[in-house]
Design a protein. Sequence first.
Length: 164
Amino acid sequence: MKLYTERTTITPLIESDIPEILEMYLEPDSFKYITPHKDKTREYYQVFLQGKIAANKKVLGFWSVRLHPTNEFLGTVNLNQFQDSEITHVGCHLKSVAWNKGFATELMKELIKYGFEVRKLKAIHGIVEEGNLISAKLMKRLGFDFLEELIDKELKLNIYRCIR
C-alpha cells in the first residue's frame, strides 16, 4: 500500500531503504528528541530497522518517504504501537534538508487519515519528549489535545491524543 501527499510518496519500509535511513540517523541532531535512540551504532540502527520491517508483516506501521517526482529520500513516518501499551502513535523522522518546510504537517495529516479511515483506529496519539516544542506545536496544529505526562525510564514524555 502506498500513500500520497501533494509532494511525497509514502511506501512501506523495505530493505533497500536502510542505507538512506542510516545516513539520516547519523546526521547531527537526528535523535535530539528521541533520546532512547541517540548516539547508537550503525549496527544498532540496522537491527532496529530490521525489526521495523519484520513488524510491518503483522501490522503496517513503518514507511519511508520520498519526494516525487525525483524519488529523493526525505525520511520515515510511523503509525505503530508504543512499546507494550495499547497506544497507537504517529511519528515523523526527516532528514535535516526537509526540516522547516511543512513536510511533517503534510505527512502526519496523511498518516492520521490512513489511521482513522483504513485502520479504523478510535484514537491516535502523539508522544513528544519534554522540550521538543516544534513537535508539541505540530500536535496542536494537527488537532491533538494534551492528554498526560508520562515518565518512561526517567524520560518525561508528553502524550497527545486525537479522537475521531
